[in-house]
Design a protein around this ligand. Structure first.
Ligand code: 9WN
Length: 451
């Protein structure tokens, strides 16, 4: 297939089958009141996964969607951070590495305000939660009001953003920094390679990976990558997860992370307004963040946003899907929107075999069509770009991407990601956010205005 337009729109019967399949994945992956990303590879609750899952669940059960977010918020720390994993105590420690006994949140995180239970990790993931909470509220405002959902979620989500905008403004320019490659959610992206070279890996004997019990080594990060991930997380833990005490060896400003912060800040504004509170601080913050995103990370020559390495004060010379996701930000200058649209359709991201968007430059030196975030196309990033295209009224491109997403989700049995060269599904199957976001796109109404 050469054009996204070649993807056929699902018929009503096909859409119903896909909807049922997606619902089945979310039912099967349920664990108590939350949902695991994958029964095999990821048996706990993950932060940005749960936000995407809630966005899909709102089409099946608004109550369950609310609980998904509330369960995650039960792991929030008093300093405002929402941890990237909330551990299920019923799951054996050897089912996933790093497990609770590695992070030791209730002990090492005590000064930063980690809860005594549940156990959590100490790092974060992209802040898509306020957007999710607002979309869940909108799915059934009466039920939301009856349960006091927004009134309970809003202060917690505002504290989460405060944490990011204060403790994590490591560059002093207003944007939030990530301090571990797991934080931007695109763990193994070539964008981190150079910065990771400076990190002394932990000795292989110091840890035991669990991911290779389920994932294929050609899909997953290498042992050397893992050694560095472990070193960074150990250093953070030994500094009691205190961002003021540690000079982070890895500190990056990531376009996707900050774009989601902006969109979520706008969602906080909508929530504040709905609750009769002052929304202007959120609107002001979102506007300022948008200016800083453009001033600090936009690369006009490349036609996309770049990652900024705060330890070298330089933009990382890699083209990654993270640099396209700021399309989701309303109010971007028109010229930037046009350049992003061109980049999406240009040689670096337009794969012939899939209707999705590759995670990394198809012509890049580090491109690998199978390995985790180094080329494969992911469904959550496609969903974000779809929303971005809608936000900027690029409806034809948005609809093409929607059709590509739905076709790939079905063909790959809701895979974690697909090989952009062959379209083959890779990673876990029956992956929760793929199913959840497929449900959302099946329900998407092109006439509905974007918030
Ligand atoms: C580490 C759960 C998570 C996603 C991330 C994805 C992957 C974990 C891992 O799985 O990361 O957090 O073990 O590789 O990269 O985006 O949230 O689905």
């Amino acid at each position: 297939m050469s054009s996204l337009l070649d993807w056929p729109a699902p018929t009503a019967t096909a859409a119903l089958t896909l909807r049922r399949g997606a619902a089945r994945v979310l039912i099967d992956n349920r664990a108590g009141i939350s949902t695991v990303p994958s029964r095999t590879l990821y048996p706990h609750q993950w932060s940005w996964d749960s936000a995407f899952i809630a966005i899909g669940l709102r089409h099946l059960s608004v109550r369950r969607a609310q609980q998904e977010l509330e369960s995650l918020l039960a792991g929030q720390w008093a300093d405002g951070r929402i941890p990237h994993i909330v551990f299920n105590p019923a799951v054996p420690h050897d089912a996933y590495f790093p497990s609770p006994d590695f992070w030791q949140s209730s002990r090492a995180g005590r000064a930063a305000g980690a809860p005594t239970a549940p156990e959590t990790s100490g790092i974060v993931q992209p802040p898509v939660h306020a957007l999710a909470a607002w979309l869940v509220h909108q799915a059934d405002p009466r039920e939301s009001r009856r349960r006091g959902f927004l009134a309970r979620a809003y202060p917690r989500l505002a504290a989460w953003h405060d944490y990011l905008l204060t403790r994590r403004d490591l560059g002093g320019g207003g944007l939030a920094a990530v301090v571990h490659p797991w934080e931007p959610g695109m763990d193994n992206s070539p964008c981190w390679d150079q910065a990771l070279q400076r990190i002394e890996p932990a000795a292989p004997a110091a840890f035991q990976r669990a991911d290779l019990n389920h994932g294929h080594p050609s899909d997953r990060p290498t042992d050397l990558d893992y050694g560095r991930y472990v070193r960074l997380a150990t250093d953070y833990r030994e500094a009691d997860y205190d961002d003021r005490a540690l000079r982070h060896g890895f500190a990056m400003e990531d376009p996707c992370f900050n774009a989601l912060l902006i969109v979520s800040e706008r969602a906080l504004a909508a929530m504040a307004h709905n609750l009769g509170l002052d929304d202007t601080p959120h609107i002001r913050r979102a506007d300022e963040l948008t200016q800083q995103l453009v001033a600090r990370l936009w690369d006009d020559d490349a036609g996309l946003f770049r990652v900024l390495d705060l330890n070298t004060h330089s933009l990382v010379a890699e083209r990654s899907v993270t640099g396209l996701i700021p399309l989701v930000v309303p109010g971007l200058p028109h010229g930037i929107v046009q350049r992003l649209q061109e980049s999406l359709g240009g040689p670096h991201f337009k794969a012939a075999s899939t209707g999705l968007v590759p995670s990394y430059d198809l012509t890049g030196h580090a491109f690998d069509s199978q390995r985790y975030w180094r080329g494969p196309a992911w469904f959550n990033t496609a969903w974000l770009i779809y929303r971005g295209l809608r936000t900027h009224r690029l409806k034809t491109d948005a609809e093409r991407l929607r059709q590509g997403f739905l076709a790939e989700a079905e063909r790959s049995q809701f895979a974690e990601y697909v090989d952009p060269a062959t379209g083959a599904g890779r990673g876990a199957r029956h992956f929760s956010w793929t199913a959840a976001l497929a449900l959302d796109l099946l329900c998407a109404d092109l006439k509905e205005p974007m918030p």
